[in-house]
Design a protein around this ligand. Sequence first.
Ligand code: PEP
Length: 249
Amino acid sequence: MAQKLAAGNWKMNGTEASLAEVDAMLAAYPAPGCGVLICPPATLLDRLSRRIGTGPIATGAQDCHMNTKGAHTGDISAEMIKDAGGAYAILGHSERRTDHGETDAIVNAKTAAALAGGLVAVVCIGETEAQRDAGETLDLIGTQLAGSIPDGVSGQTLVVAYEPVWAIGTGRVPTLEQITEVHDFIRARLQERFGADLGGAVSLLYGGSVKPSNAAEIFAVANVDGALVGGASLKAADFGAIIDALQNA
Ligand code: PEP
């Protein structure tokens, strides 16, 4: 059985003042009925992790280098993420695939490094609008899944986020039928590759313009175990409403 997870990706947003939003989330959700994760910018990971302490919100990074150390200016390793209190790493977000030219092979190597370093890997996949219009969505998702996820994962250490590129930060959301089709496909592919139990235990998140107003209907879709949330994770009130919807799903 996959764990329910509400994951926030703060992207390149947030400074010291933003930590007050997490204080409000901790006050509102002392014992949430689902997993809650916040991935702040790297500059805040240590501060945020210390602030949460043993509280019920996990923290993570938005990337993880494929090597353990060395001459990689600006990058951070799995060991550094753990040292800063993080337990998760987002890998292969479409913004990194686009801005930094990350291929499936690179995402695969980064995911392997995150797992070897003891982190839970949140691997992102998703089609562009042109790929959807060309009828290539499932082919592309199958290719990204096969290419971005290394062997040797477990249901507890892998999370897959389906994020249609055209829905990220745009306010546009696929239909529930479209989400169902892709999530069912991902579940089937994971079970084919890793077996029914392990493939069934991987949390499948939907990401792309999730908001308080649409969260409940998205969480009602079979094989949607939660959400990866960008903009709406920055404010305690909005992210709290999404946590509420997931708890009640
Ligand atoms: C994201 O960046 O992972 C994301 C889903 O962003 P938003 O919720 O803002 O669309």
